[in-house]
Design a protein around this ligand. Structure first.
Ligand SMILES: *Cc1c(COP(=O)(O)O)cnc(C)c1O
Length: 366
């Protein structure tokens, strides 16, 4: 018997969520966003489940190379472009599509000696103020797009608040302002557009355009505070499971775990679960007297108590006389939305998925 923790992955859920994204943006092509090791799910697993995707978006060069080695022929969008001109021959050789977010990148591409042009996504800053070109930078990039080394051109931006809707209209109208200028500058060369992440795809059809870029929704999590994954008909792809490996009885006044942060007010039964922060469970998940983090034991809901340690966490089994060592535990996924666990722990599902511990065995269940 091995340590009982495992992450179960459902390829059918991933495919289902992709098809939902596709059906919600029927006139757009879909880049399945697989950066950060497919949000912690594993790049090869995600690519296989999403082999019908119109393209993939990532930002690590090694993962793009791996996608090509897996047989991917469709476009691969590099969300931050190249990090230095030395990467340009690899971009050409691997037929990668480069986001250009800075005038430095535009200049490097214009001056490179390449055997083939690169398709580019000109990323403009419409209000997020993270990456993207502005004003003269945009005009400079658009002018260059007519020159050698520049293949098909797509104008691109990213929303800061597509989940809440704040500032969407302003960002979209700024985008459309530049889109008009870009069309005039490039004509008769065609111009495509790409804006939508999961939240925009789900809530703002006017942002869909030529290419949408969903990430989190593919993995079955909701980008919204006010709508659950189930309400959006998204299915969880990753279920983190383990088991109870020991049971303790606390008398009133006794504490459990590091720092003795949880002290029983009455006699309690405590289950020790083989899952800790080294497995990717958030250490800051609350387990105080007033506040716990939801956990399923034998499919029934209880909560964490005490601090999460590296290899274990503890749960309240006082009302669960049926639970014993060997009882199955769900940390998130099927039956317990990852969004709920993330919210309780003061974070977002993205962070939990990406932080899945390397030591956790992964099992593909379908
Ligand atoms: C990560 C990323 C996405 C996907 O965002 P989700 O919120 O996961 O859908 C889309 N576009 C860009 C530029 C990104 O970096």
């Amino acid at each position: 018997m091995a340590r009982p923790i495992r992450a179960e992955l459902s390829a059918s859920a991933l495919r289902y969520n992709y098809r939902l994204a596709k059906s919600l943006a029927p006139n757009s092509k879909v880049f399945a966003v697989v950066k950060a090791n497919a949000y912690g799910h594993g790049l090869a697993f995600a690519q296989k489940a999403l082999d019908e995707a119109d393209g993939y978006a990532t930002l690590e060069l090694d993962s793009a190379i791996k996608l090509r080695a897996l047989g991917v022929e469709t476009p691969i969008l590099m969300l931050e472009g190249f990090f230095g001109e030395d990467e340009l021959p690899v971009f050409v050789q691997q037929r990668l599509t480069a986001v250009l977010h800075s005038t430095t990148q535009v200049g490097q591409l214009a001056q490179a000696d390449l055997t083939r042009p690169l398709d580019t996504f000109i990323k403009i800053n419409t209000g997020m103020n993270r990456l993207g070109l502005a004003d003269v930078g945009i005009r400079y990039a658009l002018g260059m797009c007519l020159g050698k080394n520049f293949g098909a051109t797509t104008l691109m931006s990213h929303f800061a608040c597509a989940d809440s809707g704040a500032g969407m209209a302003e960002q979209l109208s700024e985008f459309m302002h530049w889109e008009k200028i870009a069309r005039q500058t490039l004509a008769p060369k065609p111009l495509m557009a790409s804006l939508a992440n999961s939240a925009a795809l789900l809530r703002y059809p006017e942002t869909h355009r030529d290419w949408v870029r969903p990430g989190i929704m593919l993995y079955g999590s909701s980008p919204f505070e006010d709508r659950t994954a189930a309400m959006l008909d998204l299915k969880p792809v990753m279920t983190l499971r383990s088991e109870i490996i020991a049971v303790q009885t606390l008398e009133a006044g006794q504490a459990v775990g590091y720092g003795a942060t949880f002290r029983a007010r009455k006699r309690m039964r405590i289950g020790v679960v083989a899952c800790g922060y080294a497995d990717g469970y958030p250490r800051h998940a609350p387990g105080t007297v007033d506040e716990g983090t939801p956990v399923l034991v034998n499919g029934k809901r209880t909560r964490t108590v005490g601090r999460v340690s590296m290899d274990m966490l503890t749960v309240d089994l006082t009302e669960m006389s049926f639970a014993n060592p060997g009882s199955p535990v769900t940390l998130w996924g099927e039956g317990l939305p990852i969004d709920e666990v993330a919210r309780a722990a003061g974070t977002i599902s993205y962070e939990l998925m990406c932080a899945l511990g390397r030591r956790v065995p992964v099992v593909e269940i379908d």
